[in-house]
Write a protein that binds this ligand. Structure first.
Ligand SMILES: Cc1cc2nc3c(=O)[nH]c(=O)nc-3n(C[C@H](O)[C@H](O)[C@H](O)COP(=O)(O)OP(=O)(O)OC[C@H]3O[C@@H](n4cnc5c(N)ncnc54)[C@H](O)[C@@H]3O)c2cc1C
Length: 535
């Protein structure tokens, strides 16, 4: 007798998603998580002062665009989202700004202040990718990746050809071919960098993917950790367990089959039917023993690349929200959910990433931030606010990640001063007194410490480049959630479609497991992408 039918290693939202689908399928499952609470990057902590709740990792979610919340009825377990009308603002140093709204016409009106042609292009792109291809995008994300030739066959007609034409492009080529205004270009490039994409050939396909989600970002009510609490609710209601404070140090393999896990405290848990790893592929390899993968596959997995940049977060507890100068140009800036600041041109963005790749914090850091309490007051005590800014940053700061700890106060002050250039009320001593009640830097090293699978602060758990996209993620031999070890599966963000709070790798991992176990899914599977859609 085994302890469980299946064990899921790692209790991030992907591990929890995989476990929830399988628990609802009637399997006895246990999720094993090393941190004191499950959730991984769906985490909310009082980082600055009591009562100020900061989303330490993820803040903008689009998980409700996919099938997971509805399939699992996560609203019954307390998961709720707020979708701000003004979704994004890109603020420039000269006091101008572009805003992106849920209403595409309002976005077009904002773009038109910079370029009439870009406003028209936006409306065309939105109709195509934000509306027409919305379901198609779910097909890409929530099904096993297809070989490129098969995919090309399934994407026909004008839309299919247009979509495929992005695939070999760089991120900047994909943006520049559509927009003329430098400001509109920087807006889209910044969004794509925010999801960890870099300007390398083969990343242009992220542009249409982004368009399908761009104006559909939600704030998790009460905190990003509620994603984890809701998923845990499903698992436990269906007889599963979530074990926390339990570091897996070994995936047990017997007769070339995954049969359980050994924890750091020496306990062993056995699994009769499968083990699914929701942690990164290189760690999975080491946990299960490289020899069991074969030398060639093991070498490829060990060579898995982490992202070339990370994020440094400045979290603030505030007496009042940032008051942006750019609100004089566009008052909607003060109601915007995601606010990008720091870069005015593509050249500046390029320079920033050159600095980051050389291990330097850019002279003018750039990235996005938000004030969650503007939309959901439960994030802060009455009348108060929480805010953060997430500039892109290197992991090895000046050659050594330990510098993040040594220089945390200096860097926090530096980032605050830069932020205050755009929001003068954040300047120390501004007005009747600084509204900054508390402040905390959360560095790339902190990201790695809290989610050990985000190696080198790689917040999407591995670089996005063609050799690690689609069926190549993490490596072609493991690209369909299965491994050479019988009964060992992958279901974390180092598998297709990668990072973000989508639940997609967890969903796809669960689909592979039920298929192999001969269990009919209780949910309606999302069909593989095809255009025109199969009737
Ligand atoms: C600063 C930051 C901001 C982000 N912002 C957003 C955002 O706004 N929107 C968005 O969609 N995405 C965002 N992301 C990305 C997103 O959070 C991740 O891509 C996603 O959460 C990955 O989910 P996961 O479940 O695969 O991995 P994780 O959330 O990392 O979970 C993996 C879990 O496995 C556990 N684990 C690892 N090793 C072991 C072991 N040996 N034994 C037991 N447990 C183990 C870890 O402790 C962790 O809990 C952000 C990430 C960061 C870091």
């Amino acid at each position: 007798m085994s302890d469980f039918d299946g064990i899921i290693v790692g209790g991030g939202h992907n591990g929890l998603t995989c476990a929830a689908y399988l628990a609802k399928a009637g399997l006895s499952v246990a999720v094993v998580e090393r941190n004191p609470a499950a959730g991984g990057a769906c985490a909310t902590r009082e980082l600055t002062l009591p009562g100020f709740r900061h989303n330490t990792h993820s803040n903008y979610h689009f998980i409700e665009e996919g099938p997971v919340p509805a399939d699992l009825e996560l609203h019954r377990y307390g998961l709720r989202y707020i979708y701000p009308d003004v979704q994004h603002a890109m603020i420039f140093r000269d006091g101008r700004a572009i805003t992106v709204h849920r209403d595409p016409e309002r976005t077009a009106a904002s773009f038109a202040r910079f370029s009439r042609a870009d406003a028209d292009t936006w409306l065309d792109l939105y109709r195509t990718y934000g509306e027409q291809a919305r379901e198609l995008m779910n097909g890409f994300l929530y099904s096993a990746p297809l070989p490129p030739a098969e995919l090309a066959q399934r994407l026909r007609g004008e839309l299919g050809a247009d979509l495929l034409s992005y695939v070999s492009q760089t991120l900047y080529e994909a943006v520049d071919r559509n927009f003329d205004s430098e400001q509109v270009r920087v807006l889209f490039k910044s969004f794509l960098h925010a999801i960890s994409v870099e300007n390398v050939p083969g990343t242009g396909g992220f542009f249409p993917r982004l368009l399908s989600r761009l104006a559909r970002l939600g704030l998790p009510v009460g905190g990003a950790d509620n994603v984890a609490r809701a998923l845990e609710g499903v698992i436990t209601e269906h007889g599963g367990s979530v074990l926390t404070g339990a570091h897996v140090e070994r995936i047990l393999v017997g007769d070339a089959r995954a049969v359980g896990v050994r924890l750091a405290d020496g306990r062993e848990l056995t699994a009769g039917r499968f083990v699914a790893s929701a942690v990164d592929a290189p760690q999975t390899l080491r946990l299960a023993g490289p020899d069991n993968f074969g030398a060639e596959v093991a070498a490829k997995v060990e060579a898995y690349k982490w992202a070339g940049h990370s994020i440094v977060s400045l979290h603030l507890a505030l007496a009042e929200p940032p008051r942006y100068r750019a609100a004089a140009f566009d008052p909607d800036v003060e109601r915007a959910f995601l606010v990008v600041l720091g870069a005015d041109s593509s050249d500046e963005l390029t320079r920033d990433f050159e600095d980051i790749h050389a291990g330097r914090l850019p002279e003018r850091p750039a990235g996005n931030g938000a004030v969650p309490s503007l939309f959901d007051p439960s994030y802060a005590p009455p009348g108060k606010h929480v805010a953060f800014w997430w500039p892109w940053a290197p992991y090895d700061l000046d050659g050594d990640a330990a510098n993040w700890d040594a220089r945390q106060h200096e860097i926090a002050e530096l980032l605050l001063a830069q932020w205050a250039e755009y929001a003068p009320n954040l300047r120390p001593g501004a007005g009747t007194g600084s509204p900054v009640l508390g402040m905390r830097l959360f560095s790339p090293l902190d990201i790695e410490r809290s989610c050990v699978n985000m190696v080198r602060g790689s917040h999407h758990v591995g670089a996005y480049e063609p050799a690690q996209l689609g069926g190549n993620r993490p490596v072609p031999e493991l690209g369909r959630y299965r491994t050479p070890i019988d009964g060992l599966y992958l279901c974390g963000a180092s598998s297709h479609p990668g990072g973000s709070v989508s639940g997609a790798p967890g969903y796809n991992g669960a689909s592979a497991i039920v298929e192999d176990l001969g269990i009919k899914p209780w949910w309606t599977p999302i069909p593989s992408p095809s255009w025109p859609a199969a009737s």
